[in-house]
Design a protein. Structure first.
Length: 331
């Protein structure tokens, strides 16, 4: 019995250490090979199915999240003109890009087969470049089956040769990094639920065959609307909305709309360098402060930053009359 108590105590200590420790799996690309380093503390939670091949395939155990309270960080660095990173799992994860140059001649550069929250951290002071194959069976150079968050302040360059540059099956958030999409066969960013530029990021999209950014609702589910002051929350999932609260967004050379949303296009702040007349027109609105209506006409006019105007101006003006809001384009 004493031995049993000791064994249980040892197991509990081991699990506590995991919960407090940051577990990092390192992947270093070098031409046609890649070195995958899985620490002993993570060996029961992550396995490598690709050996030393440059097309890295990692499988994250379902026990991550059930047996632990932490997540694993996957750090990707190095260079390969015929390599890729694939991650399978059912628990949230962080992928850190640390001066990574990766072209996949067979599929997506980053293929995340995980329906949970995936955080991509673009490490400060680094420049990273990704490109996919023309005949990929995925929907993006970065393909994510869950919800995707871009963090940190580094630079990420993306080329989507097959379909979209970035595809997220659920919502997509961008905070702080510089992201340059220089080519995409279809959309620059394509996501479902909602798209949110929330911080001082810098996003440039050009050379795309379809829309700069497209936001869809999940098929066969109703649009759930929007929060008055947008924040991450369940009530906003599947709104189909585009939000820009901050940052700089530059879009040019699109085959379709610069921004297309099944829900609303809501611009509360930041800098917008694109043709405002090329936004999807049916569902356009803006972040508008409480109204001070014109006492004669009952209408109030606002610019895209929510500033009240004395009247309509050239470009896009938001007109509010009672509970009705409409976009007017003056040429």
């Amino acid at each position: 019995m004493k031995k049993l108590f000791i064994a249980i105590a040892t197991l509990m200590v081991s699990m506590t250490v995991w919960a407090q420790e940051t577990i990092t799996v390192s992947v270093v690309f070098n031409g046609t090979t890649a070195t995958v380093s899985i620490p002993e503390s993570a060996s029961q939670y992550v396995s490598c199915a690709s050996g030393e091949a440059s097309h890295v395939e990692l499988v994250q155990s379902e026990n991550v999240g059930e047996d632990t309270s932490g997540e694993i960080i996957y750090t990707l660095s190095g260079s390969s003109d015929d390599g890729g990173f694939k991650l399978e799992g059912k628990y949230k994860a962080t992928i850190e890009l640390n001066n990574l140059t990766l072209t996949n001649a067979q599929g997506a550069a980053l293929n995340i087969q995980d329906g949970k929250r995936i955080k991509i951290e673009v490490k400060k002071g680094t420049e990273n470049s990704l490109a996919d194959a023309k005949n990929s069976d995925t929907k993006g150079c970065i393909h994510c089956e869950g919800h995707l968050e871009f963090k940190k302040t580094g630079t990420l360059n993306i080329v989507g040769n097959n379909s979209h540059a970035v595809y997220s099956k659920e919502y997509l958030q961008i905070a702080k990094p510089t992201i340059n999409i220089t080519k995409a066969k279809k959309d620059g960013f394509h996501c479902k639920q909602y798209f949110w530029m929330e911080d001082a990021c810098n996003v440039t999209i050009s050379g795309v065959g379809d829309d700069g950014i497209q936001v869809e609702v999940v098929e066969d589910e109703a649009i759930t609307g929007q929060l008055p002051d947008h924040e991450d929350g369940d009530t906003d999932e599947n709104s189909g909305n585009f939000y820009q609260d901050n940052g700089t967004l530059t879009i040019s050379d699109c085959g379709g709309k610069v921004i297309k949303a099944d829900g609303k296009v809501v611009i509360n702040g930041g800098t917008h360098n694109y043709d405002e007349t090329a936004i999807s027109e049916d569902n356009f609105t803006a972040g508008i402060s409480p109204l001070r209506n014109n006492t004669t006409t009952g209408e109030a006019a606002y610019d895209l930053n929510g500033h009240q105007l004395k009247g309509q101006k050239k470009g896009v003006t938001i007109i509010k009359n009672g509970n009705e809001t409409k976009k007017v384009i003056v040429k």
